[in-house]
Design a protein around this ligand. Structure first.
Ligand SMILES: Cc1cc2nc3c(=O)[nH]c(=O)nc-3n(C[C@H](O)[C@H](O)[C@H](O)COP(=O)(O)OP(=O)(O)OC[C@H]3O[C@@H](n4cnc5c(N)ncnc54)[C@H](O)[C@@H]3O)c2cc1C
Length: 511
């Protein structure tokens, strides 16, 4: 079977579908190949925040923002990583994020916000309503409206080139698909590739499971086989999240129909902030792990053995330690003093910036399955299913270390106040996950995949996580922003590229 269109898009997440719509809107015929039975990718599994400046949401909220201020705030958020930033791509993101929020709104995506997130000076976070599956349904609906041929359960494993070596298509499930004007790689990140995680970050990180098991880094392999290069592949978002609730997540189960989302926006914009926070708190306690400040105040992390497992100063070390054990289970233990502190502002257990904060009691109410309280350490251990004698000596050792001002086990710096004032509490089980992997194929400002010498590879574009190109994206809402912005730009650029199928198709497989 051979199918030919002007543009071939590989991957049906946020970047791929944005690219397909943008190419189709520019007059191109488009085929999109998605390896899963459903489109959406990580985009549809995400929290869904989209950070942007100069949006109508900001204007309505009276926020006076600018591209320059947005760029300046991204510099601050980058901190030590600023030197690595791809500043050209950052400007493209800053300039196009706002128009892309408007574009998404025009196809039926509704947002709540903008909300503020430090260190940004202006409220820029737009949270999709009712949840991130709204991106997938709106984009898919628009793909269909624009005549994009979306083929699911099609895993691309080869790129095809013409006699001049230009990329002109791809092979999926043994069938050949041609994109006369070019091919866009939009296959997400590599957080589910054990080999790539081991190669770029290390064996300990490679053991941590991904949130999205389909992020196998296929586009990186396809891109490098064609001559592209991977850059800045050394950063993973490793962390602990609560085990999924058995109760349905109140926000995730809401249908994402555009009329419902619109009605919801009108309602939530008028809800008193306190009531809105109440609604969102239920979802917050399902998605997000506890803030590190709880460890700094005195909490400790234990594994299912009842022993401490890592230096609690570091998310990365805690996640790696939990994942090193096949049970991948950890609990946070703390005492009444910490519980009191994390029962009111400004000390939330978990945070949805600017919108909702969850405190200890919220876990009791919304996540009784991960909330434990007992009068003694032994009773607490029994509630967790760990050996009481082991947990008791873990706590005694920790308190003794504290008295001596030194963590003998792991060298933790922020010791806090100890675990000595009953009643005692635990939050968990928590499991280690990799939410996403940064890095990407090197791309130019047109989103063309480039080789080590900076020359672009004719016919090959990349978007989203696959085409991250050295962008740092170090604040919430920038990954989705980049997925949609880069997809739209890549789609428009490919649609305007020359027809490469004029050249004879021979030896068509890049091996
Ligand atoms: C739990 C979670 C929460 C997050 N929250 C946020 C947030 O609130 N804000 C934010 O900015 N970012 C967030 N992120 C990150 C963000 O979701 C992603 O970085 C972004 O959505 C990536 O978009 P993408 O289009 O590049 O990839 P995806 O959306 O993952 O799409 C890639 C698609 O390509 C398909 N594919 C892969 N290989 C092939 C192949 N060989 N052939 C065909 N198809 C293939 C995949 O199946 C997938 O559908 C979150 C991520 C997770 C996991």
């Amino acid at each position: 079977m051979t199918i030919t269109a002007d543009v071939l898009v590989i991957g049906g997440g946020g970047s791929g579908m944005s690219a397909a719509i943008s190419a189709a809107t520019s007059g191109a015929t488009v085929v999109l190949l998605e390896k899963c039975p459903k489109v959406g990718g990580s985009t549809a599994m995400s929290v869904g925040s989209f950070t942007a400046a100069n949006t109508s949401y900001q204007y309505r909220a009276g926020v006076n923002d600018s591209i320059e201020l947005f760029v300046e705030d991204m510099k601050v958020a980058n901190g030590e990583f600023e030197d690595r930033e791809n500043k050209e791509l950052r400007r493209i993101l800053a300039e196009n994020a706002g128009p892309t929020v408007e574009w998404l709104s025009s196809i039926g995506v509704q947002f709540l916000g903008p909300t503020q997130e430090p260190p940004y000076e202006k409220p820029r976070m737009h949270n999709v309503l009712p949840n991130s599956s709204a991106y997938a349904s709106a984009l898919l609906r628009e793909c269909k409206k624009r005549g994009v041929e979306v083929r699911t359960s099609m895993r691309v494993d080869k790129l095809l080139h013409n006699a001049a070596g230009e990329i002109i298509g791809a092979r999926a499930n043994g069938a050949d698909f041609y994109g006369r004007r070019g091919v866009i790689l939009a296959t997400g990140d590599y957080s589910a590739s054990t080999e790539m995680k081991a190669e770029f970050v290390g064996e300990a990180a490679a053991k941590i499971p991904p949130v999205n098991p389909n992020n196998t880094g296929d586009g990186f392999k396809l891109g490098t086989d064609a001559g592209g290069v991977m850059i800045q592949m050394d950063r993973l978002y490793e962390g602990l999240r609560f085990a999924p609730s058995k109760r349905p997540d109140p926000i995730k189960i809401l249908p994402s129909h555009p009329l419902l989302a619109k009605a919801m926006r009108l309602v939530v914009e008028r809800l008193p902030k306190k009531l809105l926070a109440y609604v969102i708190r239920g979802a917050l306690t399902s998605w997000v792990g506890p803030n590190n400040t709880m460890y700094q105040a005195g909490a400790i992390l234990i594994g299912h053995s009842g022993k401490r497992i890592a230096n609690e100063d570091s998310d990365k070390l805690m996640a790696r330690a939990a994942a090193a054990d096949e049970k991948n289970t950890a609990f946070m233990i703390f005492d009444e003093r910490v519980a009191r502190k994390f029962s009111a502002w400004p000390h939330p257990v978990s945070t949805f910036p600017g919108v909702a904060y969850a405190y200890v009691d919220d876990y009791k109410r919304y996540r009784p399955d991960v909330y434990h309280r007992a009068e003694t350490i032994e009773e607490l251990a029994a509630s967790l299913g760990v050996a009481p004698s082991v947990l008791k000596s873990t706590v005694e050792e920790w308190n003794a270390d504290l008295a001596n001002g030194k963590d003998r086990g792991f060298g933790r710096q922020h010791l806090g106040n100890g675990v000595n004032e009953g009643p005692f509490y635990a939050l968990g089980p928590m499991n280690a996950y990799i939410t996403l992997a940064d890095g990407g194929l090197a791309v130019d400002t047109q989103l063309r995949v480039t080789q080590a010498d900076g020359e672009s590879i004719p016919g090959l574009w990349a978007a989203g996580s696959t085409g991250q190109g050295g962008l740092q994206l170090l604040n919430h809402g920038l990954h989705i922003g980049w997925a949609m912005v880069s997809g739209r730009l890549a789609g428009r650029n490919v649609a305007q590229a020359p027809n490469r199928l004029d050249l004879a198709v021979e030896n068509a497989v890049v091996s």
